[in-house]
Design a protein around this ligand. Structure first.
Ligand SMILES: C[S@@+](CC[C@H](N)C(=O)[O-])C[C@H]1O[C@@H](n2cnc3c(N)ncnc32)[C@H](O)[C@@H]1O
Length: 220
């Protein structure tokens, strides 16, 4: 059985997850950037983020990053337009982080709205598709000689502006996941091997007690 303190910690993190806040990595490919962005997403309360790649070598690195983190799920996609349209159909505003003539200061945006933040590749920035489909481009003001920040630094700055606004609005105070989503995710994170076995057998997860224990499902 899971340690009850750890169980409560996992439950606490899930109660604060923000399912209507996510991030899209548009061909971000350096392993340390992928890892740092996933870590910042976790810290800001993002449970699921997305990555898109146009080459198999980028895909490989994103796949490795996806397997390395247990708390935040990195979903890999083949089609950027399809992903962005799905996120928009889910009601999200699409914000592309990019320094261009029509982008606005990132602090002027309302992140309490359902939001998907698009981050561009280290070398080339966001793709044309991202820039075309985004509702708005946002930038972090720069006052020095260099033209851009490291992508993981830029992501963290924007995510924590979103976190600040959401915290002020009380969005971390009550769970946004449904009771079923919360229970199932809690079971999966507390008991990864058992949940995988039950999933393969097509069986539901048993109810969890307050200390993290559960009634062993009967053998079929
Ligand atoms: C190293 S930058 C890319 C620089 C690239 N040469 C370009 O032309 O965009 C990687 C990504 O970090 C984000 N980024 C970096 N600095 C930023 C800033 N000041 N404002 C907004 N986003 C920024 C953007 O998403 C950018 O695509």
């Amino acid at each position: 059985m899971i340690n009850p303190d750890r169980f409560r910690k996992i439950r606490n993190l899930l109660e604060q997850r923000q399912p209507d806040l996510t991030l899209v990595m548009d061909n971000v490919n350096k392993p340390h950037n992928l890892a740092a962005i996933i870590r910042s997403c976790d810290a800001a309360g993002i449970g699921t983020l997305h990555a898109i790649s146009t080459t198999s070598s980028i895909r490989k690195k994103q796949k490795t990053a996806a397997g390395a983190n247990r708390w935040t799920q990195l979903q890999l996609h083949d089609s950027l337009p399809q992903l962005l349209r799905t996120l928009r159909n889910d009601g999200m505003q699409l914000l592309a982080a990019d320094y261009n003539s029509r982008s606005v200061d990132f602090r002027s945006v309302d992140y309490t709205q359902p939001t998907a933040l698009i981050m561009g590749a280290e070398k080339f920035g966001p793709s044309d598709t991202s820039l075309e489909l985004a509702d708005q481009c946002i930038h972090i003001p720069m006052h020095g000689m260099v033209e851009s920040l490291n992508v993981s630094v830029a992501a963290a700055l924007i995510l924590f502006e979103a976190e600040r606004q959401r915290k002020t609005a009380g969005l971390y105070d009550t769970p946004s996941l449904t009771a079923t989503e919360l229970h199932d995710k809690l079971f999966e994170l507390s008991y990864p091997a058992i949940s995988e076995k039950l999933r393969m057998l097509g069986r539901p997860y048993p109810s969890l007690r307050d200390d993290g224990s559960f009634e062993e499902p009967a053998e079929e």
